[in-house]
Ligand binder design. Sequence first.
Ligand code: FCB
Length: 468
Amino acid sequence: MTKRDLSARPLGLPGDFVFGVATAAYQIEGGVAEGGRGPSIWDAFTARPGAIHHGETGEVACDHFHRWAADLDLMAELGIPAYRLSLSWSRLQPTGEGPLNPEGVRFYRELLAGCRDRGIEPFVTLYHWDLPQALQDAGGWPERRTAELFGAYAQQVADELGDLAEHWITVNEPVCASFLSYWWGMQAPGHTDLGEAVRAAHHLLLGHGLALRALRARRPQAKVGITNLVSNLAPAGDGAADAAATAQLDIRFNRMFLEPVYHGRYGHDVVEVFAPQGLTDTETDEGLVRPGDLALISAPADFAGVNHYTNTRVAADPDSWNGARMIQVEPAPTNFGWSDTPEALTAVLRRLATEFTDLPLYVTENGATFTDYVTPDGAVHDPERVHYLAGYTAALADARAAGVDVRGYFLWSFLDNFEWSWGYSQRFGIVHVDFGTQQRIPKDSALWYRDLIRANRAGPPTPEGSFS
Ligand code: FCB
């Protein structure tokens, strides 16, 4: 492997390419019992013994609920032009129905206006996993009514906040909000029922369609899309068995979620896998997939969001989950064991553009955790993250050089934060957070990202941006 160019250099991306950072409400806000917020499924799940590393919770997290202004100041000082954030549904609508909570509306109006005042463009996610607990008590995403209420909520949000942001992401990673949450039990509400998971998946996609329709109706200027997690999967060996195992995982991780949105259907082999749980390729009055659902889910969006983290080789193995064993690709695994292989991002972007959609693509999340710590000089040196980012940002240029219309990149994450079941043990931020004192220290990677953004605004474009 050739050495990676680690300089913060012009990558040959267009001048209006959007560089940003991303966060999510439950992971940073804290203030769970303040401002009229109602409980969400993450409050309930984190209270369950054994669910979260060391029993940690998002009760305080980065205390962003109180510190948002200083956090935005820091973002502006770093010259970060765009910020993808999520709205907490239970802060805005404590039980998931009825009028919006005025204090919640005020909080987010100030936050979004605060971004704009500082020249930061907000990209707003409506659902990043924190369902109001009252809706879970009524059955959660496996119930069709949850999708309908989400559509109604989106309309209220469009009315109250729609003037403050142009870009809207309806749902973040439906694969995690359904399969990880209702099948694998790893995320709230922590159920392990495949039937619930498949129904949740369809209803999250339907919720996307209903939210898209509501935003369109109330804010015709809004640019709306959904964010899917897209993993790069390839067979470990040349044999047919590994290829078949890879195809099976691709159905469960990727195609189940991409095909309905971008092709307007569930593929035959996807339906074959989930037919016992009620998935059909036809729409029926009493079934899971009702007349009109697929038209709503695949209604024209303005962009496609993609989160990308993992590059996996798949080996056939009858003893493993669904007959497939996943092998993370070397080299330089990050703390999660995920690889640092930027060509996987290029591959995923190319695949989306060739197999699924010609919409503009935005990488709405990408990043890595490492063992970051404060050294006696008061700094946080994270050369591994700089290495990672140098590779993955250059991969964007490679994708563009291959003809992919990728328009933006949001680094996960701005701050170290509450990493779901891993609690505070995984640091994804370019800004270090001391959770005891709430002190923020920009890591070396934050300064590198600042310089990269600068170079790509000011510098002359280079013809190619190869990372190798
Ligand atoms: C994604 C989530 C995000 C964060 C990263 C590491 O799946 O959308 O909230 O946890 O993983």
